[in-house]
Design a protein around this ligand. Structure first.
Ligand code: DGL
Length: 266
């Protein structure tokens, strides 16, 4: 596999862009292929077996495009299929994501943390193991948050509707006294300004984008797959749904202008 090959990144939709933004910053001369699996979004409310199959199919599509590594930029997809694709494709580095429970454990002063994520993430074994390992000595309050993914997909990052839904999810955890809030879904960092406004200045809000980008760089370096060619790397966007529609929201969330969004036939 040539080190000049692209890194493949995907999510159920545009949420993984919160990870892609950090990968772009950390690895400026890598080519990046991003797939928003919009036709199957949201993942978090679907049967695990169905999403496991999507994780495999989309990853193999990225490998078919020549990806030298895959970043599964979706907590729900990792719950459903990270172990499975690592088993099926041991030949390629695969980086996953998980809610920042360990950093929250290290940061909290009140000893109470809150985790906002999809049902699939919170009910998965990966999450129970994470809490078992890093939740000792603290109280971990969890809140499934249906509807938030759809808001981000629709580009509704602020406004009365978004604020109302977030309030419903955040207030019970805030009333318990959590001082550290984990955004356990890659869509949620795009709602951070509203979350921060509702939570107030004394609550720390953690996501995993920067850590995943560092891990991706580390894994590529270990495998001698870092692109040594002079940059800047290019970014290619794909969706499994209507590219024209999806390009609007990608344009809203991505920091730089987006030329084209392509159709991924997977
Ligand atoms: N961004 C995905 C995650 O991190 C969203 C899940 C979904 O599509 O339900 O979990």
């Amino acid at each position: 596999m040539p080190s000049s090959a692209p890194i493949g990144v995907f999510d159920s939709g545009v949420g993984g862009l919160s990870i892609l933004i950090e990968i772009r910053k950390t690895l400026p001369n890598e080519d990046l292929f991003y797939i928003a699996d919009t036709a199957h979004c949201p993942y978090g409310v679907k049967p695990v077996e169905e999403i496991r199959k999507r994780v495999l199919d989309v990853s193999e599509y990225l490998m078919g495009l020549g990806a030298k590594a895959i970043v599964v930029a979706c907590n729900s997809a990792c719950v459903a299929g990270l172990d499975h694709i690592r088993e099926v494709h041991p030949e390629i580095p695969i980086v996953g994501v998980e809610p920042a429970v360990k950093p929250a454990h290290d940061k909290t002063r009140s000893g109470k943390i809150g985790v906002l994520a999809t049902d699939m993430t919170l009910s998965g074994e990966r999450f129970s193991l994470l809490v078992e390992k890093y939740g000792t000595g603290i109280e971990v309050y969890t809140q499934p948050a249906p509807g938030l993914v759809e808001l981000v997909e629709a580009g509704k990052l602020d406004g009365a509707e978004t604020e109302q839904i977030l309030k419903e999810y955040l207030v019970p955890m805030l009333e318990k006294g959590v001082d550290t809030l984990v955004l356990g879904c890659t869509h949620y960092p795009f709602l951070k300004p509203v979350i921060a406004r509702l939570a107030g200045p004394d609550v720390a809000i953690l996501d995993t984008g920067a850590a995943v980008a560092r891990q991706t760089a580390k894994v590529l370096s270990q495998k001698q797959l870092l692109n040594e060619a002079p940059g800047p790397g290019r970014t290619f966007f794909y969706t499994t749904e209507n590219p024209q529609e999806v390009s609007k929201v990608i344009g809203l969330l991505w920091n730089d202008p987006v030329d084209t969004v392509l159709k991924a036939e997977v």
